[in-house]
Write a protein that binds this ligand. Structure first.
Ligand code: GSH
Length: 288
């Protein structure tokens, strides 16, 4: 049996606690160093990384552009969280919580900062009148699922992913607890998607964009190398929906933006123009 941990009377910061994120995890908020953020030419400045939380926003921006909302043009800057960029003074000014994604809306007289991916999706949806129904019942359903995602994904990422994939030691208790919860969440989605084409009903909305990078990614086998462990093949309706979204060109593009790991052909580390995707494709062809 593994050694038992007996918590001391008062918790203190053990800087050598180990684990993949020990260099960035800290119990203190605020900036660790001075660093201004770059500003590009477009109305929206996104500071992010191609993790599931970041991808929600780049999918939304690419969908808005694909739907003809030219005002949604954006610069996407890379924030390397493993290098501690989220603790730079400029980033902390736009997100005091030091987490990606963070957006600055420079389309009006005064720049507006928006942090938390759900708030960013709502801000963009309301600004452009897109992907968030205005009819009361449909709007309530969409927001219910959007906030379901915001409350549920920490169990998937911070709970299951952390203890199954990242923790330096594997313990049955947390892996069991979070595997059970993630399977329950996948079943919630599976039952919902049995009778509905999209999460909020018949329309594609910001709820799909928020849920897909986490739970779609899980059933597509992209997360934590855990597809077999969680028997994701059981969630047939989630798989149908995940594939349907993945076939959308804007979703494919959104998934590439700010991606800094994995297959290089799927990475567009920074995006400053729609043609950056073509340049990326040309670079790929030239390299082959
Ligand atoms: N609830 C937040 C979560 C954001 C979040 O956890 N971001 C992670 C990357 S996926 C991060 O920036 N981590 C850096 C850190 O914890 O220092 C949102 O949805 O925007």
């Amino acid at each position: 049996m593994a050694d038992q941990y007996t918590p001391p009377k008062v918790w203190t910061w053990d800087k050598a606690s180990g684990g993949q994120f020990s260099n960035i995890n800290r119990p203190i908020a605020g900036a660790t160093h001075d660093k201004e953020l770059p500003v590009g030419k477009h109305p929206f400045q996104l500071y992010s990384l191609g993790t599931p939380n970041g991808v929600k926003v780049t999918i939304m921006l690419e969908e808005l552009l694909a739907a003809g909302h030219r005002g949604a043009e954006y610069d996407a800057w890379l924030i390397k969280i493993n290098d501690g960029d989220q603790f730079g003074s400029g980033f902390v000014e736009i997100n005091p919580n030091s987490k990606i994604p963070a957006l600055v809306d420079r389309s009006g007289k005064k720049p507006i900062r928006v942090f938390e991916s759900g708030a960013i999706l709502m801000h963009l949806a309301e600004k452009f009148g897109a992907f968030l129904p205005t009819e009361t019942a449909a709007r309530a359903e969409t927001l219910s699922w959007l906030f379901w995602q915001m409350g549920s994904a920490p169990f998937l990422g911070g709970g299951f992913g952390h203890f199954y994939a990242y923790a330096p030691e594997k313990f049955e208790y947390p892996i069991n607890r979070y595997a059970m919860e993630v399977k329950r969440q996948l079943d919630v989605l599976d039952k919902r998607l049995a009778d509905n084409e999209f999460i909020a009903g018949g329309d594609y909305t910001i709820a799909d964009m928020a849920i897909w990078p986490w739970y779609g990614g899980m059933v597509k086998g992209w997360a934590y190398n855990a597809a077999e462990f969680l028997s994701v093949h059981e969630y047939k309706n989630v798989i149908r929906w995940a594939d349907q979204l993945h076939a959308r060109p804007a979703v494919k593009r959104g998934r590439m933006v700010n991606r800094a790991s994995g297959d290089p052909s799927e990475q567009l580390r920074e995006r400053h123009d729609a043609s950056d995707f073509d340049t990326r494709t040309q670079d790929k062809i030239a390299a082959e």
